[in-house]
Design a protein around this ligand. Structure first.
Ligand code: BMA
Length: 319
């Protein structure tokens, strides 16, 4: 792989990879926990610093959520011990018997809500944790029926309701990003499609939410994932972006016709899931720049930067 030219191979680019990628690898975690992969992690600003809930897997491929802290949003230090999950709860244990993964962190009303996928023989569901201090966590329960994943809660309320994006699996149907509303984060309804894979040429496998939406004066930026099958059973995951109305997030203002990040670098190609870039979180900085945190090949954590202006312009160009 060392003979590969460095990315990008294309003449266009909508994000800039951090030259020091990957920013976090399994080797950064205490050796006695035998962490093998760290990827698809959630991010939030907390107490003036950056806080990541890392999706880790150990040498038995058991799931571990592990908090890492950073002052600059680039160099992250894992805490001494992993997060304690509610695995003693029989209901939680039952419906996460295969694994749990892809944490997304939403700050809202002084609290932090963490959605994640929960996988068992009954397929995938969405689960919700809540915290105020990232020391103790309350498990609020499962918030979807099977088969649903990539639940992302907006960091805002709309006519008094919470809003969530997700990706129900619809077999060979027209995969789509859906929106639903809730008065209490537990009971969800008024569901409708906001963006379907057939609208975007490169998303011909599946399309689903990625990062927690970012509020800008022009609308909510939603950095999502799109999947295509390159040849039998070989999946390529890319990132795209769309823009939702500020007051009515069920209304799409526009979307980029092109992907904003495609797997090209060796750390995005070599791993347990080759050719995958996948995000669970991105942050808007005061200067208008955006940091996108993403997993490379289901193995390492990476960073790319762009700006709100660049992404909004992409979404409105073809609208
Ligand atoms: C998806 C999710 C992601 C993962 C991707 C590629 O279904 O499980 O966490 O990165 O598959 O394996």
């Amino acid at each position: 792989m060392s003979n590969l030219p460095s990315a990008p191979y294309t003449s266009f680019s909508h994000v800039d990879r951090y030259p020091g990628n990957p920013i976090l690898t399994a080797a950064d975690f205490p050796a006695d926990h035998r962490i093998q992969h760290v990827f698809n992690s959630g991010i939030v600003r907390f107490n003036g610093c950056y806080l990541m809930i890392c999706r880790c897997e150990n040498s038995m491929l058991k799931p571990v959520f592990w908090i890492a802290d950073s002052e600059d949003g680039i160099r992250f230090t894992p805490r001494p011990e992993p997060m304690v999950m509610p695995t003693d709860d029989p209901e939680f244990a039952r419906y996460t018997s295969a694994t749990f993964y892809d944490p997304r962190i939403t700050p809202l009303d002084g609290k932090y809500y963490i959605t994640h996928a929960a996988h068992s023989e009954h397929e995938c569901r969405l689960s919700l944790l809540e915290t105020e201090d990232f020391e103790s966590f309350t498990w609020r329960g499962f918030i979807s029926e099977p088969d649903n994943r990539n639940g992302v809660i907006f960091p805002g309320k709309f006519n008094g309701l919470y809003a969530r994006l997700d990706r129900p699996n619809v077999g060979n149907g027209n995969s789509a990003i859906w929106i639903s509303y809730s008065p209490d984060l537990i009971h969800w309804g008024q569901s409708k499609v906001v963006l379907e894979k057939s609208q975007i040429h490169w998303c011909y496998g599946k399309i689903g939410p990625g990062a927690v939406p970012i509020r800008t004066e022009h609308g909510w930026l939603n950095i999502f994932h799109g999947v295509r099958t390159q040849c039998a059973q070989h999946y390529v995951y890319q990132l795209g972006v769309c823009l939702h109305d500020l007051d009515n997030p069920g209304r799409l203002i526009g979307y980029s016709r092109e992907a904003i990040l495609a797997p090209e670098e060796p750390y995005e190609i070599l791993g347990q899931a080759p050719t995958v870039v996948f995000t669970c979180g991105a942050l808007l900085e005061d200067d208008g720049s955006i940091k996108i945190y993403y997993g490379g090949a289901d193995r390492v954590m990476c960073l790319a930067t762009t700006s709100a202006d660049r992404l909004v312009a992409l979404c409105t160009a073809g609208a």
